[in-house]
Ligand binder design. Structure first.
Ligand code: AMP
Length: 191
């Protein structure tokens, strides 16, 4: 199995690149943000809870997020591999993912971390808000909060994979094709 953690701050291009990677490698795309948004749209209990955090730019609690992610993985027993997009976002989530995959005799193959300067992220998110309709992309204060949460809570997850020699830093500026080629090169290096 090829199991990829696609990592990076909000606006780094994780969703865009995931779409291409799943096609090339025949993987299942699991974006925790997308799953939360689908639950919000569907008016589920999970959606109501998630919205209260997402609207403030905060992380949804680990326990809820981990349970949801595990349930989504379990729905795809025949998957050739997964792209985890926006997960794990805390060290506790990274630990839980390793343990969970371990129970299935699987593991994370690589963490690909998209590296994009903060100014560029803010520009991209405000631009995306015009088409995504996402309230958390449209408000500069919420964007700042999400970037701050990334720096304080999510950034340390890099180290978690660095220690396992699974970390690959990808320069996230350039055309979509250029960045995709960098990701593919990093994946080819592990196979
Ligand atoms: P994203 O679509 O990845 O930008 O995520 C949008 C929002 O969903 C985030 O700002 C968080 O509030 C929430 N979220 C997504 N993934 C996670 C996660 N792994 N852990 C906690 N909260 C998350």
């Amino acid at each position: 199995m090829l199991n990829i953690v696609l990592f990076g701050p909000p606006g780094a291009g994780k969703g865009t690149q995931s779409e291409r990677l799943i096609e090339k490698y025949n993987l299942v795309h699991l974006s925790t943000g997308d799953i939360f948004r689908a639950n919000i749209k569907g008016g589920t209990e999970l959606g109501v809870l998630a919205k209260s955090y997402i609207d403030k730019g905060q992380l949804v609690p680990d326990e809820v997020t981990i349970k949801m992610l595990e349930s989504e993985v379990s729905k795809c027993p025949d998957a050739k591999g997964f792209i985890f997009d926006g997960f794990p976002r805390t060290s506790a989530q990274a630990d839980a993912l390793d343990n969970f995959l371990g129970t299935k005799g699987e593991h994370i193959s690589i963490m690909l971390a998209l590296d994009v300067p903060e100014q560029e992220l803010k520009k991209r998110l405000l631009e995306r808000a015009k088409v995504s309709g996402r309230a958390d992309d449209a408000d500069p204060a919420i964007i700042q909060k999400r970037i701050d949460v990334y720096n304080s809570e999510t950034f340390p997850v890099k180290e978690y994979y660095q220690k396992q020699n699974k970390f690959s830093d990808i320069y996230g500026i350039g055309s979509i094709e250029e960045i995709f080629d960098r990701l593919v090169n990093a994946i080819n290096n592990i196979q």
